[in-house]
Design a protein around this ligand. Structure first.
Ligand code: 6PG
Length: 254
């Protein structure tokens, strides 16, 4: 896989650089096919980015009437639960921009049957998104975080979902965390026109080094299983990039 590494001196500059990329991608997508299809990441890292995207400096440059928001994964909890990925995104971004509510597509983590929630979301992706000639839904941009174990979305190293190449979504039981989730699968992630990985903080320095310095062809981490033709934009702050060695030259802020 091709990768581009952007290193910002601090988390705020990192969020600003990522917000700029999202604005640019949104404008290009709307010019190209009249809509912008984005999948948001869960976890804590993107919260500052979502707050920034809701500010006029960025929000006023995105046509929200033509924007469709999906999620990369969701925990099997109600949308008002503190563990929900939807909840903070709604609070920091979606409630602050004029996006039609019918264009926000939540994974229904509240369903007792996570497999049913995954099936319905896969159907929604088929209905709402353009697709590849092979029928895989195509997002314009997928935002991902990186867990300290190297997971992306709810694709944890060494778990069966990594082998899933037919379904677009799947229910996941992460046993170490005893966490039940719904996640996009690798085919949808790698079909996205832009894959944006946002990683910040000292705690991620080891995994960033391990993932980026792994020898070519390694399949140790989910991100290594993404097809070679996919382009991954790494957005790191200096703390997360600290152990990268020769990559470690913070990008001048925009
Ligand atoms: C989730 C996320 C997950 C997250 C990473 C990083 O549901 O937890 O989808 O993949 O992006 O765990 O999380 P932090 O940003 O909180 O470190």
């Amino acid at each position: 896989m091709a990768r581009h590494i952007h290193i910002a001196p601090d988390p705020d500059t990192l969020s600003s650089l990522a917000a700029e990329q999202i604005v640019t991608t949104a404008q290009a997508a709307i010019t190209d096919h009249a809509n912008f299809y984005i999948a948001l990441a869960g976890g804590r890292t993107p919260q500052r980015l979502y707050e920034m995207l809701a500010q006029a400096a960025f929000a006023d440059r995105i046509d929200w009437r033509r924007t469709h928001v999906f999620f990369s994964d969701e925990r099997c909890v109600p949308p008002d639960h503190d563990d929900s990925n939807y909840k903070p995104a709604a609070k920091t971004l979606l409630s602050r921009v004029p996006i039609p509510t019918g264009q926000i597509y939540r994974m229904r983590g509240e369903l007792a049957d996570a497999h049913q929630a995954a099936r319905e979301y896969a159907e929604l992706l088929r209905e709402r998104l353009p697709s590849t000639p092979q029928g895989v839904p195509v997002l314009d941009l997928i935002l991902l975080g990186l867990g300290q174990d190297g997971h992306i979305a709810s694709l944890f190293p060494g778990t069966p979902i990594l082998q899933e190449r037919a379904k677009f979504t799947a229910a996941v039981h992460e046993e170490k965390l005893d966490s039940r989730r719904i996640s996009l699968t690798l085919p949808v992630i790698e079909a996205a026109r832009h894959i944006l990985l946002l990683v910040a903080g000292e705690a991620k320095a080891d995994i960033v080094r391990d993932v980026l310095h792994a020898h070519g062809g390694s399949a140790r981490f989910p991100i290594h299983m993404i097809k070679p033709s996919a382009e991954i934009e790494w957005y790191l702050d200096a703390a997360a990039a600290r152990k990268l060695g020769d990559f470690n030259t913070p990008q001048n802020p925009a």
